[in-house]
Design a protein around this ligand. Structure first.
Ligand code: SF4
Length: 275
């Protein structure tokens, strides 16, 4: 039986980019056969520019796969035979009930449908995994760093084993940035959909200041989502992207960073978003 192949789950953020470059430099072994980037089609421009640069540095191919446009799916209305309207795909919106209670969407589907499933499908294809295969054919590298250890989740597929090389190397996100700098590489961006409610205020502020087109896309998405809510039967509260439950373009992002507010990807995204 041949050894399993190694494939990188590439989010094109700091951690998975550092992990890929470390593999390219021979600092993590064995050499992966490929990296796979699952594209929600809604990352900021900086991520796609970075990805174009990164794939030229790697000795293995980067496969870009997609389940389509996440924003288009999240705004798509479906209607049942008896006339009820609903959406199938949801992102982790904050919600404000009529009684003024702030909450969160209990079950989001975006990470599973637009990251985990496309990544596994690609790994299965690249690893030529047979139907019903029980032996491990793919080792999937996931870019979780030491500061995000709570996001580690074992693979649910018998043919796929998860590996966390940055945890093995005892590297934090800060260590990844330091390693990249020490090699003379440019700093990677933070990857995530432009409208992701898990953004910290620091990230919202950066987006508004440095990538205004992306920020405006998030504002437009929130408006469309909030309009859609009025038409569906599966959302009973108003939807927001910021935890203050204010429209994004009215939020003062300058107030929170001093209190050390972090992004909310920890323990939420199984290392598939934001790394
Ligand atoms: S970045 Fe946010 S919105 Fe995009 S798939 Fe991940 S959790 Fe969902």
């Amino acid at each position: 039986m041949s050894d399993p192949i190694h494939i990188i789950s590439l989010g094109a953020g700091v951690q998975s980019s550092a992990m890929s470059l470390m593999a390219a430099c021979g600092e993590i072994t064995p050499m992966p056969v490929a990296a796979v980037f699952a594209d929600t089609q809604d990352e900021p421009e900086s991520v796609y520019i970075w990805l174009n640069w990164l794939e030229k540095q790697l000795p293995f191919p980067v496969h870009r796969v997609t389940a389509g446009s996440l924003s288009a799916q999240a705004l798509k209305m479906r209607t049942t035979k008896d006339g009820r309207s609903f959406t199938v795909t949801s992102i982790p919106y904050f919600t404000l009930s009529k009684a003024g209670e702030v909450g969160k969407i209990p079950h989001r589907t975006c990470t599973a449908d637009f990251k985990i499933v496309p990544l596994l499908k690609a790994a299965k294809r690249i690893g030529q995994i047979q139907r019903g295969q029980k032996t491990v054919g793919v080792i999937q590298w996931i870019g979780i760093s030491l500061d995000e250890v709570s996001r580690m989740k074992p693979s649910r597929e018998s043919w796929c084993e998860s590996r966390w090389p940055l945890i093995e190397a005892r590297m934090s996100r800060h260590d990844c940035l330091a390693w990249i700098k020490s090699k003379g590489f440019p700093p990677p961006p933070r990857s995530a959909c432009v409208y992701c409610p898990y953004h910290s205020d620091a990230e919202w502020r950066r987006l508004k200041r440095d990538e205004p087109v992306a920020f405006e896309r998030a504002v437009a998405f929130e408006r469309a989502a909030s309009k859609m809510k009025g038409l569906t039967d599966n959302f009973h509260s108003t939807l927001f992207l910021h935890r203050s439950c204010k429209p994004l373009n009215e939020v003062d992002f300058s107030t929170e960073e001093e209190h050390g507010q972090l992004s909310m990807f920890n323990n939420e995204c199984e290392g598939m978003c934001g790394v």
